[in-house]
Ligand binder design. Structure first.
Ligand code: ATP
Ligand code: MG
Length: 421
């Protein structure tokens, strides 16, 4: 059998890997500026955590989880999202007892059994942020601002921010009743799944991707019409804060998000550049989730962004061409004695932070120079018998062809000064 990577998974290497590292560096800088600390939770958790945390009427829990029983008879699931795991860690380590808010971020592999297509994989990666301990609209606005700033720093322009409010559980309950009454009349036109959703969780119907269902939802009552005064004020303040930060947005009653745990603010950053899988980032407030998982009333707000989709959108807008990878210097050699000297020198240069390369394939001198070109080395030199005898080398700048003579025994210091490292 020919061994291949599993369907819906990808190896990341070469230029693609370099893009990822760039994006991850931007994310780390961003989270520093916003005061979020990184957290790494395990790749798998008890299945119960997600069943409880994500919600058992969601597609994720119903259809998409990678679940198995391990040798100790534990029911385990590869994480299909990270919020539930972060909440579990927040509770397990009593982070609520620290000065609040607690601000955390992660970049994590995420696993969902889905039909793979562009921007949709079975193992993908999410960058996410979570802020615990504040009910204030400023927390919602700060989280949205991180998403906005990220896209700006990635040079992504053609993305729209859609926001909505689902209200508190009371509003939600009222709305579910209104919505259910509306859906009853359309029942026969809805897909079988929506007919089922209608009973268990009518809100989920609005999230259906079936165009037929969507067509019949055109005049559905919106959740915004049923918000109570407190929830309305909260949502208005979030909007005022976004305006104050010059963050453009549209209020979109169709944003209900795929997960059960959201309350009040929900939002998505959507691109039209990468087809159907256009949501690059989605999140919102989840004031009941911590209680659901661990019996503590702690309000929270956060988002998850798909790394693959961020990179796809960035590429589609083509605004961050990759600079070719370069090396500072290639040191060629002829003969065993020179090899010894070249190898020692390359190592010394690396110790002081200079990227130096040597031949590992017994190439001829000509082939070594070709290799130096191929790896985009800025400088090169060759050590042979005469260089060893005279203890001096000719350093060549590859682009100009200019050469200078440098005493071999002072090479590291001189070259370091030249590069100004
Ligand atoms: P979708 O509606 O596209 O299935 P979702 O609502 O399931 O998205 P979330 O659970 O909110 O997505 O996850 C947050 C982000 O993670 C999404 O906005 C998207 O960018 C990314 N994402 C979700 N599922 C996948 C996947 N299978 N492959 C790649 N990225 C994904
Ligand atoms: Mg999904």
């Amino acid at each position: 059998m020919e061994l291949r990577a599993l369907k819906g998974t990808k190896d990341i290497f070469g230029d693609e890997m370099r893009k990822w590292l760039q994006v991850e560096e931007i994310i780390r800088g961003l989270c520093d500026d916003f005061g979020f600390n990184q957290i790494r939770t395990p790749m798998f958790e008890y299945t119960d955590l997600f069943a409880r945390g994500v919600g058992d009427t969601t597609d994720i829990v119903n259809k998409e989880m990678y679940s198995f029983v391990d040798k100790g008879e534990n029911r385990i699931t590869l994480k299909p999202e990270s919020t539930a795991a972060v909440v579990r860690a927040f509770l397990e380590h009593n982070m609520y007892a620290d000065t609040q808010p607690t601000k955390l971020y992660y970049i994590s592999p995420t696993f969902r059994y889905e039909r793979p297509q562009a921007g949709r994989q079975r193992q993908f990666h999410q960058f996410g942020v979570e802020m615990f301990g504040s009910e204030s609209p400023t927390a919602d606005a700060e989280i949205i601002s991180i998403g906005h700033t990220l896209l700006k720093r990635l040079g992504i322009k053609k993305v729209e921010l859609h926001i909505n409010s689902l209200g508190c559980p009371d509003c939600r309950k009222r709305y579910n009743e209104t919505l259910k009454a509306f859906l009853e009349e359309k029942k026969e036109h809805l897909c079988p799944l929506c007919q089922e959703r209608m009973e268990k969780n009518p809100l989920r119907v609005l999230d259906c991707k079936n165009p037929e269902c969507q067509a019949h939802l055109q005049n559905a009552p919106t959740v915004l019409e049923t918000l109570d005064e407190e929830c309305t004020n909260h949502f208005n303040q979030v909007q005022e804060l976004l305006k104050a930060m010059d963050i453009p947005f549209v209020v979109d009653a169709g944003i209900v998000r795929g997960l059960d745990y959201y309350t009040r603010t929900v939002f998505e950053f959507v691109s039209n550049d990468i087809g159907a899988q256009g949501t690059v980032c989605g999140g919102g407030r989840y004031d009941k989730l911590v209680d659901e998982i661990g019996g503590k009333q702690v309000p929270a707000v956060g988002f998850g962004a798909g790394m693959e989709r961020l990179i796809l959108v960035r590429d589609a807008e083509n605004n961050a061409p990759l600079e070719p990878a370069t090396r500072d210097i290639f040191i060629g050699y002829r003969g065993d004695a020179a090899m010894m000297e070249a190898f020692k020198l390359v190592n010394s240069l690396r110790q002081v932070g200079i990227s130096a390369e040597i031949d590992h394939l017994q190439r001829s001198i000509k082939a070594q120079m070709k290799y130096a070109n191929k790896i985009n080395s800025r400088y090169s030199m060759i050590i042979g018998e005469s260089e060893l005898e005279e203890r001096s080398v000719r350093l060549k700048e590859m682009e100009s062809g200019n050469e200078v003579t440098i005493p071999l025994d002072q090479f590291v210091q001189v070259f370091k000064n030249m590069l100004d490292v």
